[in-house]
Design a protein around this ligand. Structure first.
Ligand code: ADP
Length: 270
């Protein structure tokens, strides 16, 4: 079928990375009580790249994301089967401490959620509890580096001891990203990280995501196909709890294999 793509793909970055696989999901199913929300999802997630999860509301994107850092563990009645390996280690291994897992797998939510503490303390908290700094000056160094990496340092250097909640929404989201990277995660999960932000703050966070992919494996849930096309190298399309297809973002947006993907990206449903 002839198709006019609606979505502008960032051709400079939307090609599939050729390097190593960081994460392997195999036959991941999730039930909430009797209701099955995910059906046998298998997906390879590349290192040092952004993988976008797209699909209509309720198709299981967030559910899948929450499997990666075991956040479904805390939902009563939720049952997860299958495996997700990060560098060969199953995140569901009973011997793996969820607190350590969540340091390895950072999470950024839809609504920025800084702690009700100073900007400095927001970033210093993780390195302190994980023993990543042995002195106050080392801790200050980690905070500064993380804020710089998150593109926020210049805006907050002179008010590090003011509350994080006093920042604008976009700054708060970058603060949360600084907090996540301060503990040197391997994977960063982002669940619609820009949906509460204005277009300028969104562009700033998207730029940051693009910079961070050089170092991290990033998985982002987005309801915006335009955003997926701008920031990701790999796109996975979910529908009714199933992973319909995944592949290089430019392929998914210009030449999808499945008619459901095609219908979604051309705006026929969603
Ligand atoms: P998406 O992120 O694609 O919008 P979700 O993963 O949030 O989809 O939801 C997938 C399905 O699982 C939906 O039918 C939703 O209603 C259901 N669901 C999600 N979270 C819960 C929960 N905590 N309890 C019960 N059902 C849930």
């Amino acid at each position: 079928m002839n198709m006019t793509p609606h979505i502008e793909v960032n051709t400079a970055s939307a090609r599939a990375p050729t390097g190593e696989v960081k994460m392997k999901a195999r036959d991941v199913s999730v039930f909430y009580g009797d209701k099955q929300a995910l059906f046998d999802v298998s997906l390879d997630v590349p290192a040092r790249a952004v993988t976008a999860l797209i699909g209509p509301s309720g198709c299981g994107k967030s559910t899948f994301l929450r499997c990666i850092n075991r956040m479904n563990d805390s939902i009563p009645g939720a049952k997860v089967s299958g495996s997700i390996e990060i560098d060969g280690e199953d995140v569901n291994d009973r011997g793996l401490d969820p607190v350590l897992l969540r340091a390895r797998v950072g999470m950024v939510f839809q609504k920025p959620n800084p702690f009700p503490k100073s900007i400095f303390e927001n970033v210093a908290y993780g390195p302190r509890i994980h023993g990543l700094a042995t002195s106050q000056s080392e801790l200050e160094g980690v905070v500064e580096t993380s804020l710089k990496r998150a593109g926020l340092w210049a805006e907050v250097a002179d008010r590090l001891h003011q509350p994080g909640t006093g920042l604008s929404g976009g700054q708060q989201q970058r603060l949360v990203i600084a907090r996540a990277i301060a503990v040197h995660p391997e994977v960063i999960l982002m669940d619609e990280p820009c949906s509460a932000l204005d277009p300028i703050a969104t562009a700033r966070v998207e730029e940051l995501i693009d910079e961070l992919r050089e170092e991290y494996c990033i998985v982002i849930v987005t309801h915006s196909m335009a955003q997926a096309a701008r920031v990701s190298q790999v796109t996975a399309f979910f529908h009714l709890g199933k992973l319909v297809e995944s592949g290089a973002t430019d392929e998914i947006f210009t030449n999808p294999r499945d008619s459901r993907t095609q219908d979604y990206i051309t705006g026929r449903f969603g």
